[in-house]
Design a protein around this ligand. Structure first.
Ligand code: UT7
Length: 328
């Protein structure tokens, strides 16, 4: 049996309307536009203000656009995987809510928790379903309402994150598609980037809320160092494994956590900066949504045959890179 590959045939996204600028953040915490821009590259981010809407809403809107872009019907979808750390509920899964709302009546699905690597891990899981022959069409989504777990009084985290969703449809490829991936998980640093309470270890209590344990905690310096090393190492690893040099690569699609991390990764890969997709200035770090948001913004510039490397690093720690020979 010849190995099938998966390719991305449709891309969609959802961006909340509300734009939270650095200037507005200056009125909320002791920070300034200049500090945020030079240390992170972020100018503004989107916030989903409607209290009745959350990750499943954004995921559904992105999914609908991806399904339409792929020119398929929702009932053709075999599986739905949603990368998220901000699901509407612990259960049912966000994937179940999306399944119902897009009308994917023949799909099964689940959520995948890998923080900022959520989209990449979900993409690899979906592509393996297609490679195995078990699925023909898989919907892969990255969706996070980060504002639901942010302390807007903590200047070390509230300036970084935004809300959004991105989605892709995977189908069988004739030639190119998702060629390879290298993914890693290392639980050694579980408390360097995490949400301390809300799970089974520290269920919600009055004290846990008063002590702000339901918000993101991050040791920025530790994560910065590990992310810079991790994203660059894993991107080089996938290049070496596939005999690619910087010249062979058309695009790097990096997770958008910090412009300095992205620049360091591109330098280690020997890439011309023009080949790096960067939109962090507009959206900040949208966790599982960053990579599909980039693919969406650049979709008209991606050409069949382009060698594209996706790379991410996030809580867990989790990190990885994926090699796609672009074919739509
Ligand atoms: O997507 C998941 C992975 N996450 C990441 O990759 C994030 C990784 N970490 C980072 O991107 C960076 O560490 C941060 C952007 C979070 C922080 O940047 P930094 O250059 O590492 O700053 P720092 O933590 O070393 O802080 C430098 C100074 C400190 O003041 P002192 O101690 O030097 O007086 C901070 O208190 O900047 C201060 N500071 C701020 N100043 C103005 C921290 N946050 C702010 C702020 N505005 N928002």
């Amino acid at each position: 049996m010849s190995l099938k590959r998966a390719k991305i045939t449709g891309i969609g996204r959802y961006l909340p309307e509300y734009i939270l600028t650095n200037k507005e953040l200056e009125t909320m915490v002791e920070t300034d536009d200049e500090w945020i821009r030079t240390r992170t590259g972020i100018a503004e981010r989107r916030i989903l203000k409607d209290p009745d809407k959350a990750s499943a809403f954004m995921a559904t809107e992105a999914a609908k656009e991806a399904i339409s872009d792929a020119n398929i019907n929702a009932d053709e979808i075999d599986a739905i995987i949603v990368g998220t750390v901000t699901p509407d509920y612990f259960f049912p899964a966000t994937a179940a809510l999306v399944q119902k709302r897009v009308g994917a009546v023949n799909a099964w699905g689940f959520d995948l928790s890998a923080a900022c690597s959520g989209f990449l891990f979900a993409l690899s899981s979906g592509s393996m379903m297609i490679e195995s022959g078990r699925a023909k069409k898989v919907l892969v989504i990255g969706a996070d309402k980060m504002s639901s777990i942010i302390d807007f009084k903590d200047r070390t985290t509230c300036i970084l994150f935004g809300d959004a969703a991105g989605a892709v449809v995977l189908e069988e490829a004739d030639s190119g598609g998702i060629i390879d991936f290298v993914h890693h998980t290392d639980g050694d640093e579980e408390c360097s980037l995490y949400q301390p309470a809300g799970g089974s270890l520290n269920p919600p209590t009055v004290e846990s809320v008063q002590n702000k344990l339901h918000y993101i905690r991050q040791d920025g310096k530790v994560v910065f160092k590990s992310a810079t090393r991790g994203m660059a190492d894993v991107s080089l690893e996938i290049m070496e494994r596939n005999n690619l040099t910087g010249d062979d690569i058309a695009w790097l699609v990096p997770h958008q956590a910090n412009l300095r991390i992205i620049d360091a990764t591109a330098r280690r890969m020997g890439l011309d900066p023009q080949k790096v997709m960067i939109n962090i200035e507009k959206y900040g770090n949208t966790t599982a949504a960053t990579i599909p948001l980039c693919l969406y913004d650049w979709k008209d510039r991606l050409k069949d045959g382009d060698n594209v490397i996706l790379a991410a690093f996030g809580g867990g720690f989790t990190w990885g890179a994926t090699y796609i020979k672009w074919e739509k």
